[in-house]
Design a protein. Structure first.
Length: 282
């Protein structure tokens, strides 16, 4: 079973406080254990919402809203994709989350991955990890489709709409723009693990704040954020006439400065190579 582990934002992540060397080392070791277990498909941290934006469709017309966004505790600060045998196995992995993160008070949401209608998602691969480029470097972005009461109730688009989404995803993969993407099951099939003083408390879904939950995601790469915005404006989202989509920049190695030592960079590069060699599959 595939799950996305969503590290919820907090005042520090929203303020742009970067992790120190000790936390980076602890997360690298945690990821190493996932890779060795054949469970990890990938993961990234996200820039604060002050550097992001939302595209809100009303009557099918897109309106751009610059960050930051007020509901910090419901924003996403980072994510990890895993493939394990059960939801309990995912919970057990999250309970081992490094206590240095958030001073032992991090909140993690675990959501089952997979479009409710059965539309196939896309996992990272060696072909889409980096696209050929001339000119400015490609930046990576997480495009987050926000949930609605309909998606939380298990809404399924008709087959014609699913076909349009599938075609667009395939076009984006072939162009080298789309690295990964998938839908999420409603939050009533998910859990949250809330740490307090380093001790985990498991809270079963569903979660009340439907409009701030995640219904699906894409990892895209482009030279500018404007290219991502244009992609979003023309994507056939479910309930697209009223969809809300958040665009967040993914952290790159250079963003972490000296805290991301050469040794830690090498360790992460080895992990990424092993994941890509397996095609993102355990």
């Amino acid at each position: 079973m595939r799950f996305i582990i969503l590290r919820k934002a907090d005042p520090d992540t929203e303020a742009g406080v970067m992790p120190g060397e000790a936390l980076i080392a602890a997360m690298t070791e945690y990821n190493e254990q996932l890779v060795k277990a054949g469970a990890m498909e990938g993961g990234e941290g996200l820039h604060p919402s002050s550097k992001g934006l939302r595209v809100k469709f009303s009557g099918g017309k897109p309106h751009l809203i610059d960050g930051p966004f007020a509901e910090a505790k419901e924003l996403v600060a980072g994510f990890t994709m895993i493939d394990v045998e059960s939801k309990q196995a995912a919970i057990d992995w999250v309970k081992r989350w490094p206590p240095l993160d958030g001073g032992g008070n991090a909140e993690i949401e675990i959501r089952e991955v997979g479009c409710a209608a059965g539309m196939e998602g896309h996992r990272p691969s060696a072909e889409t990890a980096t696209a050929p480029q001339d000119g400015p470097a490609l930046g990576r972005y997480m495009v987050i489709l926000k949930a609605t009461p309909e998606t939380e109730a298990g809404y399924l688009p008709d087959q014609a709409h699913l076909d349009r989404m599938t075609r667009r995803n395939l076009e984006s993969v072939r162009s080298g723009m789309m690295v990964a993407g998938d839908g999420l099951q409603p939050s009533n099939r998910g859990v949250r693990v809330k740490f307090s003083g380093g001790k985990p408390k498991v809270i079963d879904g569903p979660f009340a704040e439907a409009k701030e939950l995640v219904a699906g995601f894409w990892i895209l790469q482009a030279r500018t954020r404007e290219e991502i915005v244009e992609w979003v404006k023309t994507y056939p989202f479910p309930l697209g006439d009223e969809a809300t989509v958040e665009i967040r920049k993914v952290f790159e190695a250079a963003d972490f400065g000296e805290a991301f030592t050469p040794e830690l960079r090498e360790a992460e590069e080895r992990q990424r190579a092993r994941i890509l060699e397996s095609g993102g599959k355990p």
